[in-house]
Design a protein around this ligand. Structure first.
Ligand SMILES: Cc1cc2nc3c(=O)[nH]c(=O)nc-3n(C[C@H](O)[C@H](O)[C@H](O)COP(=O)(O)OP(=O)(O)OC[C@H]3O[C@@H](n4cnc5c(N)ncnc54)[C@H](O)[C@@H]3O)c2cc1C
Length: 325
């Protein structure tokens, strides 16, 4: 069995066990969130020994060559010495505004000096008392002067319930990051953009669209926001106003049940995206965020409608099912 050395102590990893599982089994709490290789919360660095290729998928090349890997994806094949990633250095932020956007979603605005990110990336919030860590996408742009997060209150959700019900304006939060590659890529201002998200999947899209517009993007931009019912939508007025200010922007709220708001559509968002924007999709770039199965469904449909895989950027809000969590 491979032996993992971490902070001077040695831990055995059982066959088929990831480093994250192996260390947790032996009482070591590492930062982690999605446990599926998406959120990169559990990024670590191999000081010696080779991380497996699977554990380095999706990591920037510059980090990969330095031995960074994801502990949740690494079933070690040999002894390794590992350390926490420098990228998980914690920062502090003050909650300067907390506001309910609808019955389930809050907007948190945070002040954190000198933090650099690209709108649409995500940060990992840490609850200081127990180290609980979860990812939240950045809806802000630099000009805002604060970081903006949209958090959906998940029933029995440990972090989201704490953020929604306990955290108050003036409190200090810890976070690390940024991470993720779901952001606007400058340089092709005429390209069409398809932005589609469900629930708080709107957060990164709100950052991305404003970033693109601030850089003069003048290709068509479709912003689809999906919810089960109209009450689950939020920022409808702000997004309508944004579309009104920019001829190239179309905002389409989509609801599965009941009447959509004016200008919106009724149906499944993955179908509506293709039905509405098909003629603009060939060669377009797509940004898909939110509920994992819907992100996957939209990814397939966008691909079939002519968007190349490398032009599809997706942030599935993966979560740990209860049985494992
Ligand atoms: C890259 C990335 C970006 C993300 N960005 C955002 C964001 O901007 N806004 C946001 O609100 N969330 C976002 N998430 C999801 C977020 O990280 C948490 O998973 C979510 O807030 C639930 O955490 P929790 O601790 O409250 O729930 P947990 O305590 O982890 O889970 C409690 C129970 O709820 C279930 N559960 C957890 N999440 C969901 C869900 N979404 N739907 C249904 N059941 C669920 C679990 O299976 C479990 O049974 C993102 C996730 C990733 C990976």
């Amino acid at each position: 069995m491979p032996v993992i050395t971490f902070e001077g102590k040695r831990y055995e990893c059982a066959p088929e066990e990831t480093i994250l599982e192996g260390l947790e089994r032996q009482g070591v709490l590492l930062p982690s969130s999605c446990r599926a290789g998406s959120c990169q919360t559990c990024m670590m660095r191999a000081v010696s020994g080779e991380p497996t290729p699977e554990s380095q998928q999706g990591i920037k090349d510059t980090l990969r060559v330095q031995g960074y890997f994801l502990a949740c994806m690494c079933k070690p094949r040999e002894d390794m010495e590992i350390s926490l990633a420098a990228t998980s250095e914690k920062r502090k932020a003050e909650v300067i505004e907390k506001r309910w956007m609808n019955e389930q979603v809050i907007r948190l605005r945070l002040k954190s000096e000198g933090f650099d990110y690209i709108p649409g990336q995500f940060i990992n919030l840490v609850r200081a008392e127990d180290g609980l860590t979860r990812s939240y996408s950045l809806a802000s742009v630099h000009e805002d002067g604060f970081l903006e997060l949209h958090v959906k209150k998940v029933p029995d959700g440990r972090m989201s319930t704490w953020l929604c019900d306990v955290v108050e304006e003036g409190d200090e939060l810890e976070f690390f990051g940024p991470a993720g590659d779901c952001f606007y890529v400058p340089g092709e201002p005429k390209r069409n953009l398809i932005l589609a998200g469900t629930g708080t999947g709107l957060a990164p899209l709100y950052g991305i669209i404003r970033h693109a517009l601030s850089l003069g993007h003048d290709g068509r931009i479709f912003l689809f926001h999906g919810s089960l019912a109209t009450e689950g939508l939020y920022m409808v007025d702000e997004l309508r106003a944004l579309a009104k200010q920019h001829d190239n922007v179309q905002y389409i709220p989509c609801v599965l049940h009941g009447e959509p708001p004016a200008g919106g559509k009724h149906g499944a968002i993955d179908d509506l995206v293709v039905q509405t924007a098909r003629e603009y999709m060939n060669g377009a770039r797509a940004y898909l965020c939110g509920d994992p199965p819907l992100v996957e469904a939209m990814r397939k449909k966008c691909f079939l409608a002519g968007i190349s895989t490398r032009d599809i950027y997706a942030d599935a809000f993966t979560f740990v099912p209860q049985a494992e969590g």
